[in-house]
Design a protein around this ligand. Structure first.
Ligand code: GLU
Length: 438
């Protein structure tokens, strides 16, 4: 529960502060920004982003910078532990989401080579590892640093006289967004979607180098050209829009979310459903893997898949999953749920065909699964799932009907009736949210 924002362009400070504000919903206990205009300046504070705004009130902006909202895992939420963390010289600034599991070992090794530490965080080792190789170039230094890390990270580095932000990820989301004359880095799309919708989601092991007029990507040390995705929702959808809080807004968004979930997928006359995936019809047993709310959507799907598609279904908590079926349906709203991704990897390693059901275009699960059904709910900012649960349930119901037809388990008439029921779901939700349901 933490956030990263990065920028390379002409005027970093307002972008970083706005991005941090937009990431606040994730929860945090401290925050900070680093600005680079030849020299590097770092401003950190415990508490709220407003504390940082106060600290930078009369400082000059800079063309390049990084920002962070921290949710402490190592070290108290006090100023010295807020990010950016810096190296011995103060010329390297690092923001990090995740946990460096081998930080104690790396810290003693680095102290043995004369580095002195000023925080209690696991993150600070990254700054010192980069410091040791920064003369080779910032990207090379970060690649060296990440080769030493065990654990999870989305990490962004800024350094004096570099004019760039360099970033890498492992098991923690990170995206690059293209501004035209400037470029952005963020851990979550709501941080930047008000500025641009063209994004590239980094994959594990990828390194990105952001400058004002270009972004380059590296995998295994070689440059490559990544896919560019277009975010399919608007900035207003990630704002409160007059509601006192996101959860209430998202409850009221349910009818619209459901209309999107079913849009263009049904032919009630022919009893056909198109969820845009290949559904194997030569299987009898499938596993559904998920966590939390998605797991509960999966339990509902179990009944439907058994009844409509004649499948034997086992719904498993992703963290406890030991792969067995030939076909696995992985349900994850974010597409980044670590336990669900691990279950997908186990299933793939065992040769299973994996269908992902997710809300997030370009997320990790969409790349690792064989095929993906999107629930199309738009961004969910509230921590408690509301509209995404409804959209998962309706999408999984559509999947069950589609599979039932594929397997000749449902007649045209039966499928048509189910489709008409599903087509009525937005109106039913609407009556619920306006209090007219009986
Ligand atoms: N492990 C790091 C720390 O405690 C980063 C925590 C986070 O993800 O915000 O500073």
């Amino acid at each position: 529960m933490c956030g990263i924002i990065g920028y390379a362009g002409d005027d970093a400070l307002p972008v970083l502060l706005d991005g941090l504000r937009r990431l606040e919903y994730r929860g945090y206990d401290s925050a900070g920004v680093g600005l680079e205009d030849g020299s590097l300046r770092v401003y950190r504070s415990s508490g709220e982003v407003s504390e940082i705004e106060r600290k930078v009130d009369d400082v000059d902006s800079a063309p390049v910078g990084v920002g962070h909202t921290r949710w402490s895992t190592h070290g108290a939420p006090v100023e010295k532990n807020a990010h950016p963390q810096v190296d011995c010289t103060g010329d390297v600034a690092v923001v990090h989401n995740g946990i460096v599991e081998n930080h104690e070992e790396l810290r003693s090794e680095l102290e043995g080579r004369g580095h002195s530490f000023t925080s209690d965080t696991d993150t600070e080792v990254v700054a010192h590892l980069v410091e040791e190789r920064v003369g080779d170039g910032l990207r090379e230094a970060l690649e060296h640093a990440t080769s030493r890390l065990e654990g999870s990270y989305a990490v962004a580095v800024s350094a004096a006289d570099s004019g760039r932000v360099v970033a890498a990820r492992q098991d923690s989301p990170l995206l690059v967004a293209y501004g035209g004359g400037c470029n952005y880095l963020a851990s979550d799309a709501p941080a930047v979607v008000n500025r641009t919708k063209e994004v590239t989601y980094l994959e594990d092991g990828d390194v990105a180098v952001l400058e004002a007029d270009s972004v380059s990507f590296y995998r295994d040390g070689s440059e490559f050209t990544p896919d560019v995705d277009v975010i399919d929702w608007d900035a207003e959808e990630a704002e409160k829009g007059g509601y006192p809080h996101y959860m209430l807004k998202e409850i009221h968004e349910q009818p619209r979310a459901l209309r999107r979930a079913i849009s263009g997928r049904f032919d009630a006359v022919e009893g056909e459903v198109d969820v845009e995936v290949d559904l194997p019809n030569d299987v009898e047993d499938i596993d559904v893997v998920a966590c939390g709310t998605s797991y509960h959507a999966g339990l509902y799907a179990e009944t439907l898949l058994e009844e409509y598609a004649g499948l034997r279904v086992s719904v498993d908590y992703a963290s406890e999953y030991t792969s067995s079926a030939d076909v696995v349906v992985a349900v994850t709203q974010s597409g980044e749920t670590a336990d669900t991704l691990s279950a997908v990897r186990r299933a793939k390693a065992d040769g299973a065909y994996v269908v992902a059901v997710t809300n997030t275009v370009g997320s990790t699960v969409t790349r690792e699964a064989d095929d993906t059904v999107y629930i199309r709910a738009g961004p969910e900012i509230g921590v408690a799932a509301t509209k995404t649960f409804g959209s998962q349930v309706v999408t999984l119901a559509a999947l069950a009907v589609a599979w039932g037809r594929e397997r000749d388990e449902l007649s045209t008439v039966a499928a048509s009736e189910l489709i008409e029921d599903l087509q009525g779901s937005p109106a039913q939700f609407n009556r619920c949210s306006t209090g007219t349901a009986r």
